[in-house]
Design a protein around this ligand. Structure first.
Ligand code: LLP
Length: 427
């Protein structure tokens, strides 16, 4: 987050608010999200891509009504991938035209809601879905604008679970072997569909632009094929999300303008060479917008030194508020934020309070040796895929999201209560 400072007393403040005050007022654990930083990142993406391109924020990274309003105000579009995300977007007033609806197994009911609401694009993910969406659109008397999601066969250098462009996986239709071309052929024949273009998403937490460039090159190749076969120039290509962020100092992320430049150049060069009109480009960053804008604030509980090994530092949350370490071997950093300390660094593992040993928040880190129960520690870069993947494991209560801006703090998603849990338990 861009507005984090350490004050003279040693405590850290964000957007002008001391973290000790945040902990007192809102409790721990809590996700603290810097609204100005979020908005600045939206603008950086919008500026980098300019008026001839569209930026869709990927709501799966973190979505709430406040986030939808900020996106709307900053002029971004929104990518949703479930009925729940769609409901949140519409409830908060995002114009349906600026929503794209994704998913490899959208239900007919979800498709009906999306078409009826008038979403700008539905991203088609299978032959069956081409027919389903066309059918729904026709029965509602609509012509639905769609993109066709293709797998371009790029090996993205990221964790297996979040790489999505190799062919042996559930998303999209393969370019290789002609499935994607066949999908375009079938979709063009259906009255209920307006085929606007091609979509590709190669994966997530990616640090170099080459995978995106190869994807752009192959997608333009399909545009050529479509033009040659049908005489139709599809006006749009969406190159998905996936730009990585710095979780630790070892990570070296690309900036939005680098991606924009690389994609813009390759698409216009290749289209020119092929005599195609340059299509409108869109992208779908999630993590790169919201990830760096939040940290998780925890209170230190039990501290257990293991002789000659490391010290286990337990916090009042864990894998229920950040599953990424356990699930993807994700790396995070951690800092003591409630006071300054000159003590020697000690090797720690920050763990949660859940009933399994895989409940690790930060696998390897250093904290001052005088760390004590009651200290506050913060894990940065938890804005993406932490609250959105949070669970109630062990009947944990999911933490609130507190938005800070210009010296003011506001809860945008409140902490769960035991009443919330019991309300669902109707047996
Ligand atoms: N567009 C599509 C079609 C996607 O599937 C995704 C992410 C995005 C955009 C946004 O990607 P981003 O810019 O945030 O990397 N839970 C995992 C990440 C899963 C990403 C799934 N799709 C994690 O915590 O790393």
């Amino acid at each position: 987050s861009r507005t984090v400072h350490r004050g003279p007393g040693g405590a850290v403040s964000v957007a002008g608010i001391d973290v000790t005050r945040l902990a007192e007022e809102f409790g721990t654990p809590a996700y603290v999200l810097d609204e100005a930083d979020f908005r600045a990142r939206c603008r950086a993406w919008a500026d980098a891509f300019g008026k001839d391109a569209d930026v869709f924020y990927a709501g799966k990274a973190f979505l709430s009504r406040a986030v939808v309003r900020w996106l709307d105000e900053e002029g971004l579009n929104l990518d949703v991938c479930s009925g729940g995300e769609l409901a949140t977007a519409l409830d908060a007033g995002m114009p349906a035209e600026r929503i794209a609806f994704h998913g490899n197994n959208k239900s007919v009911e979800e498709i009906e809601r999306a078409v009826a609401a008038g979403v700008g694009r539905i991203v088609l993910d299978s032959f069956q879905e081409i027919v389903r969406v066309a059918h729904v659109a026709q029965s509602l008397g609509r012509r639905q604008r769609v993109l066709i999601r293709v797998t371009v066969g790029v090996e993205a250098h990221t964790h297996e679970f979040i790489a999505t462009a190799h062919e042996d996986q559930k998303f999209g239709l393969a370019l290789a072997g002609g499935q994607a071309a066949e999908a375009v052929r079938r979709a063009l024949r259906l009255d209920g569909l307006e085929v606007a273009g091609i979509h590709s998403h190669i994966g997530s937490q990616i640090f170099d632009t080459s995978g995106f460039e190869v994807a752009a090159h192959r997608v333009v190749g399909l545009l050529k094929e479509v033009r040659d076969e049908h005489g139709v120039e599809l006006p749009e290509i969406d190159l998905g999300g996936g730009l990585g962020i710095a979780y630790t100092s070892a990570d070296d992320p690309r900036e939005p303008h680098e991606i924009a430049k690389a994609l813009g150049e390759i698409v216009s060069r290749e289209c020119e060479a092929a005599g195609l009109r340059t299509p409108r480009i869109s992208v779908e960053p999630g993590r790169a917008i919201v990830g760096p804008t939040a940290f998780t604030l925890y209170e230190v509980g039990t501290i257990k030194p293991l002789d000659g090994l490391r010290t286990y530092v337990s916090v009042d949350g864990g894998m229920s508020d950040n599953i990424r370490t356990a699930l993807y071997d994700a790396e995070y950093s951690v800092a003591l934020v409630s006071r300054a300390s000159d003590a020697e660094p000690m090797l720690v593992r920050v763990v949660g309070k859940h009933c399994e040993s895989g409940d690790i928040v930060v696998r390897d880190a250093f904290l001052p040796a005088d760390l004590a129960p009651g200290d506050l520690i913060a894990v940065p870069a938890t804005g993406a895929y932490c609250r959105s993947m949070a669970s109630n494991y062990n009947h944990a209560l999911r933490p609130p999201v507190v938005a800070v801006r210009d010296g003011e703090a506001k809860v945008i998603v409140r902490r769960e209560t035991e009443e919330d849990l019991l309300r669902l338990d109707v047996g």
